[in-house]
Ligand binder design. Structure first.
Ligand SMILES: Cc1cc2nc3c(=O)[nH]c(=O)nc-3n(C[C@H](O)[C@H](O)[C@H](O)COP(=O)(O)OP(=O)(O)OC[C@H]3O[C@@H](n4cnc5c(N)ncnc54)[C@H](O)[C@@H]3O)c2cc1C
Length: 530
C-alpha cells in the first residue's frame, strides 16, 4: 500500500464488517442476519417510490470518504465477533453470483457476508413494485433481459439453468400479441430541442430490430403509404421527409462495381451517418431521426456506429446493394443476430431482478418463499418476516409452497423436542450472578424475577448452562436443541442466542453470561462455586 490516501481510506487493513456499516444495508448468505440488523429493514424496498437509483442513504458514506470527513462521524471500531469465509462488496448479480459459486465450492456451512450501500439487493438488477387499485404491478428498476451480444459462457448458462430458468419458454409466457391487440405500436418522440416541436407519434415499423424486442420478431415493415402519412405529420424538414422515404423505398446500389465482400469491408469502416449523407446522398436533416437509435445497444449514435452494423440491424438504405446475408469482418456482436446458436433471450416482469432474487433464495432459502423460477416472481423477499416470526416465539419457519410430509415431519420433530423439554429435571439449578435456570421447574429467572422463555429458548439455555464453562460448537447446539436435521443452520443459533441475551443480559451487546468465541462457538459462564 503505497499511497497515503489509500491508507487514510483504510485500504491497507483487513476487511471488517464495521468499515461498511455507515449507511449500509447488509445481506448475508449462509447466516440469517442478526435480528438487530434485519429489523432495521422495516420497509420493503421494491415498493418504495421516488428516485430509487442511488437513493438517500446510499452515497453519504462515499461522499464523506471523498471529502475526508468519514472518520469524524464513523464512531469507534468494535469487534462484533463475527467471522466470515468470504466478504463480498456489492450485492449486484456479480456479487450474489460470487457468493453462490463460493458456497458451491466451499460448502453450505461456509459463511459469506455481502455488503451493499443500497437498501435492496440486485445492484442494477433491482425490482420495482407499484400498487394500483389493489393490484401489484411489477417492473424492472434496472437491467431488463437475459440477453447478450456474444455467446453465453457455459458457466453462465449452467447457472441460469441451475436457477430454474428455461430461456426457451419466453414465447410460452409472454403474450407477444398483447400490445397490437390493444391497438398499440412502437412510438417515437420528437423533442423540441432537436426537431423544433415536442411530438409523440406512433412509428411505422422499419425492418430493423427494435431495442428491447426479441430479434426474431417477424412483423412486416410498414408500407410506403403508412410511411408517407407518418412523414407528413412528423416535425421534419421537406428534405428529411423526401430522403427518409427514398432511403426506405429505393433499391439503388450505392457502391456499384464492388463484390458483396468488398462492399461490406467499406461499410465496416464508415459510420452510418456518413453512409446516409456521403454515399446515399441523403440530406443531413435525415440524421437526427436516426441519431439516438443505437444508444441503448452501443452507447453512441449513428455517427459512431459502422454502416455495416446498421445494415445488419435493418436500418434503411441497403436494399439495392446486393449484400450477402451473414456476419463479416469488422461487424460487432450486437449487430449479428443470434451470434449464439441458442436463442438466448428471456426476461421476467422485473427484468434481471428475478435472477438476483433466485440467487438470494439459493443463498438464504427462507428469505424468499417458494421453489421455482415461476413462483419467485410473485414472492415477497423479506428476511424480517422470518426473523420476526422467530423473535415472537415461533419454534420453526416453513416457507410456501411446502409438502405435507415435510410439514408433518417438522411437527413431529417439534413435538419430540417439546416432550423432552418438559421432562422434569433432576439436576440442581444453575445459578450465576443473579441468573437462575431451574431444571426441575423448567424456569428461568433474573435477579429473582421469572423471565418468559419459549420452549426452544429454554432448551437452548438449559443445554448451554448444563455445559457451562465449555465452548459449544454451533452444530453441537443445533443437533442437541433442534435436532440433527438442523445441523448447518448456524443462523438459528445466532438468532436464538441474541433473543436469550436480550432477556438475561443487562447489556446484550456486551454479554456476561453467554460469550461468543469468534469462529468457534458459544460459552456459558460457569455457575458460582462450580
Ligand atoms: C442502462 C443499462 C441497461 C442494462 N440492461 C441490461 C440488460 O438488459 N441485460 C443485461 O444482462 N445487462 C444489462 N445491463 C448491464 C447490467 O448492469 C449488468 O448485467 C449487471 O446487472 C451488473 O451487475 P453487477 O453486479 O456487476 O453490478 P451492479 O448491478 O452495478 O452491482 C454492484 C453493486 O455494488 C454496490 N457497490 C459498489 N461499490 C460498493 C462499496 N464500496 N460498498 C458497498 N457496495 C458497493 C453498488 O452500489 C451496486 O449495488 C445494463 C446496464 C445499463 C447501465
Amino acid at each position: 500500500m503505497s499511497d497515503r490516501r489509500d491508507r487514510e481510506l483504510g485500504l491497507d487493513r483487513p476487511i471488517t464488517r464495521r468499515d461498511f456499516l455507515n449507511g449500509v444495508a447488509l445481506g448475508s448468505a449462509g447466516v440469517l442476519l442478526t435480528p438487530r440488523v434485519v429489523l432495521a429493514l422495516d420497509r420493503y424496498p421494491p415498493a418504495l417510490t421516488g428516485l430509487r437509483g442511488s437513493h438517500d442513504g446510499s452515497f453519504e458514506a462515499a461522499h464523506a470518504l471523498k471529502d475526508g470527513v468519514f472518520w469524524d462521524s464513523a464512531g469507534s471500531p468494535r469487534d462484533t465477533g463475527e467471522v466470515y469465509d468470504l466478504v463480498v462488496v456489492g450485492a449486484g448479480i456479480s456479487g450474489l453470483a460470487a457468493a453462490h459459486f463460493f458456497r458451491e465450492a466451499a460448502g453450505p456451512r461456509s459463511r459469506v457476508l455481502i455488503l451493499d450501500n443500497h437498501d435492496d439487493f440486485g445492484g442494477h438488477a433491482r425490482r420495482n413494485e407499484f400498487t394500483l387499485d389493489g393490484r401489484v404491478l411489477i417492473g424492472y428498476g434496472g437491467t431488463f433481459a437475459i440477453d447478450s451480444a456474444g455467446p453465453w459462457s457455459a458457466v453462465a448458462k449452467a447457472l441460469v439453468r441451475d436457477l430454474g430458468v428455461d430461456v426457451g419458454r419466453l414465447r410460452a409466457v409472454v403474450d407477444e400479441a398483447l400490445y397490437p391487440s390493444l391497438g398499440m405500436t412502437r412510438g417515437i418522440f420528437f423533442d423540441r430541442e432537436t426537431f423544433g416541436a415536442d411530438r409523440l407519434m406512433s412509428e411505422p415499423r422499419l425492418a430493423w430490430f427494435g431495442e428491447n424486442e426479441p430479434r426474431e420478431a417477424t412483423a412486416p415493415p410498414a408500407s410506403a403509404t403508412e410511411w408517407t402519412a407518418f412523414l407528413a405529420r412528423a416535425p421534419l424538414s421537406e428534405a428529411a421527409r423526401r430522403d427518409l422515404l427514398r432511403l426506405r423505398q429505393e433499391t439503388v446500389d450505392y457502391l456499384p462495381g464492388l463484390t458483396s465482400e468488398e462492399k461490406k469491408a467499406r461499410l465496416a469502416r464508415m459510420s452510418y451517418a456518413d453512409f446516409v449523407t456521403k454515399i446515399a446522398g441523403g440530406h443531413p436533416d435525415v440524421l437526427p431521426f436516426f441519431q439516438a437509435r443505437p444508444h441503448s445497444l452501443y452507447g453512441v449514435g449513428i455517427d459512431a456506429v459502422p454502416a455495416q452494423d446498421a445494415w445488419a440491424m435493418g436500418y434503411p438504405g441497403f436494399q439495392g446493394m446486393g449484400l450477402e446475408k451473414g456476419p463479416a469482418p469488422g461487424m460487432n456482436l450486437d449487430a449479428i443476430p443470434w451470434a449464439d446458436p441458442e436463442p438466448y433471450f428471456f426476461h421476467f416482469p422485473d427484468g434481471n431482478a428475478t435472477l438476483a432474487r433466485l440467487l438470494v433464495r439459493r443463498l438464504i432459502p427462507a428469505a424468499i418463499p417458494g421453489r421455482t423460477a415461476d413462483d419467485i416472481v410473485t414472492a415477497r423477499a423479506d428476511e424480517s418476516d422470518i426473523v420476526n416470526g422467530l423473535e415472537s416465539g415461533a419454534d420453526d419457519y416453513l416457507t410456501k409452497p411446502f409438502g405435507i410430509p415435510e410439514l408433518v415431519a417438522r411437527i413431529r420433530s417439534a413435538l419430540r423436542r417439546a416432550t423432552h423439554s418438559e421432562r422434569p429435571g433432576t439436576m440442581a439449578p444453575f445459578e450465576s450472578d443473579g441468573l437462575k435456570v431451574d431444571y426441575g421447574a423448567a424456569e428461568v429467572s433474573v435477579k429473582g424475577e421469572p423471565v418468559k422463555f419459549t420452549a426452544t429458548e429454554y432448551r437452548l439455555i438449559r443445554y448451554l448452562s448444563q455445559n457451562a464453562g465449555r465452548v459449544l460448537l454451533p452444530d453441537q447446539i443445533l443437533e442437541e436443541v433442534w435436532g440433527p436435521e438442523y445441523v448447518g443452520d448456524e443462523h438459528l443459533v445466532r438468532v436464538y442466542i441474541s433473543r436469550i441475551r436480550k432477556k438475561i443480559e443487562d447489556d446484550p451487546r456486551n454479554p456476561k453470561f453467554i460469550i461468543t468465541r469468534s469462529g468457534v462457538g458459544y460459552l456459558m459462564k460457569k455457575a458460582e462455586g462450580a
